[in-house]
Design a protein around this ligand. Structure first.
Ligand code: GLA
Length: 386
């Protein structure tokens, strides 16, 4: 992919790229909607991702082209006007990163050409946007030799998402895209940003990714709504408990105080955040002991909680996860990422992959009317030069 992009870049811009990079997508094993609640997450970077090549220009123009958005065509704007523009579409993620980098690094003083191509299915909850943010940050860092480090880029990426794009997402996606390590998942405490790498090895079992292929809609507004519901629940609890986030609560303390949350809906949202945090810690322990059966059961419990308490699954994700859970050789399955559409994951014995795909496809087509897709990808590195 990178060689073909390099050749295409030479042809398009009549010069060699000075920077070449790759940023992965991600799956989250468990710990969903816990990252903006000060809890644990357990994501892994995947071998699918976004490739980019870039060079500096003599003038102040930024030229962006993505092979994934041919119909949008080449986007051209000036280094001096990096404001959000709806018709700049995918380019706003790149623009946002440059706009925020320039605040701290005035050495970014010329325009640039950037050519991009990704193989993360779009809108599949595999973090194609965080991948694009981190890739563009990395390319600009390389082009201008900036001293910005991974963690700073991660924070900038989250800020682009929150302030430039308007999704109040947590830090998980940018963090794993920035810090991912081959064959490892990261157990990240989002309250402190302490993390450790955990070998993502499941014996005879592998992670299968199942895509609903459903077009996402309303995801952003519903995402922001869930976050606000958790914040309201936290505020009510704070009148009685000395806590900064829901992630500080044990399940027992939460249950003993849950009645202080006045809305039944908000109480269920908070219950998910607290129980999911506990499941994530338990899943880490299970993996430490090669106890894949317990790990799988925690995946199932996570899906159930995201369905009943958090209400972010929907018929498509439920059909994928719940059908997969019934297949012999599957230890557990759950949605991954923000939810509403996108992907689910299953922990499946390597001899049962075909069975999983057949059973899930049959049930999905019957209930939903079109086919899901399946991916088996290795766990790879975070953003890097190529
Ligand atoms: C999206 C967000 C993340 C996280 C997940 C849900 O991927 O970008 O910050 O909140 O949803 O766990």
């Amino acid at each position: 992919m990178i060689n073909q992009l390099t050749a295409q870049f030479k042809e398009r811009y009549d010069t060699q790229p000075e920077a070449r990079a790759f940023a992965p997508g991600r799956i989250n094993l468990i710990g969903e909607h816990t990252d903006y609640n000060g809890g644990y997450v357990f994501p892994a970077a995947i071998a699918l991702g976004t490739y980019g090549v870039a060079s500096k220009r003599q003038d102040k123009e930024i030229h962006l082209y993505s092979n994934n958005f041919e119909s949008v065509g080449e986007l051209v704007f000036s280094l001096e006007d990096l404001s959000f523009k709806t018709d700049h579409d995918w380019g706003n993620y790149v623009k946002g990163m440059i706009a925020y980098l320039i605040e701290d690094y005035p050495d970014i003083n010329t325009g640039m050409n950037i050519l991009i191509e990704g193989n993360i299915p779009n809108g599949a909850s595999l973090s194609s946007s965080a991948s694009l943010e981190m890739l563009s940050g990395w390319l600009v860092k390389s082009l201008f030799d900036l001293s910005v480090d991974r963690l700073q880029l991660i924070h900038l990426g989250q800020r682009v998402e929150n302030q430039f794009i308007g999704v109040n997402s947590g830090i998980m996606d940018q963090f794993i895209v920035g810090m991912g390590a081959k064959d490892h998942a990261l157990l990240l405490d989002t309250a402190t940003l302490e993390y450790h790498e955990v070998p993502a090895q499941f014996g005879d079992y592998v992670i299968s990714i199942m895509n609903t292929n459903k077009r996402r809609s309303l995801t952003e507004s519903k995402y922001n709504e869930r976050r606000a519901e958790c914040e309201t629940a936290l505020e009510e609890l704070q009148h009685h408990l000395d806590i900064q986030s829901l992630g500080e609560l044990s399940v027992e303390t939460f249950e003993a105080n849950a009645h202080y949350i006045t809305s039944d809906t908000n109480r269920r949202r908070a219950r998910h955040a607290v129980t999911e945090n506990q499941r994530t810690k338990d899943a880490y322990q299970a993996l430490q002991h090669d106890d894949f059966t317990t790990f799988g059961q925690l995946l199932n419990a996570s899906h159930e909680s995201l369905k009943e308490d958090y209400e972010v699954t929907g018929q498509e994700l439920d059909t994928l996860a719940e059908t997969a859970q019934q297949v012999e050789g599957v230890l557990g399955a759950r949605m991954t990422g923000a939810g509403f559409a996108g992907c689910a994951i299953a922990l499946v014995h390597k001899d049962s992959i075909e069975q999983l795909e057949t059973d899930v496809t049959t049930a999905y087509v019957e209930r939903i009317g079109y086919e899901p897709s399946f991916y088996h990808v290795s766990i790879g590195d975070g953003v890097k030069n190529l």
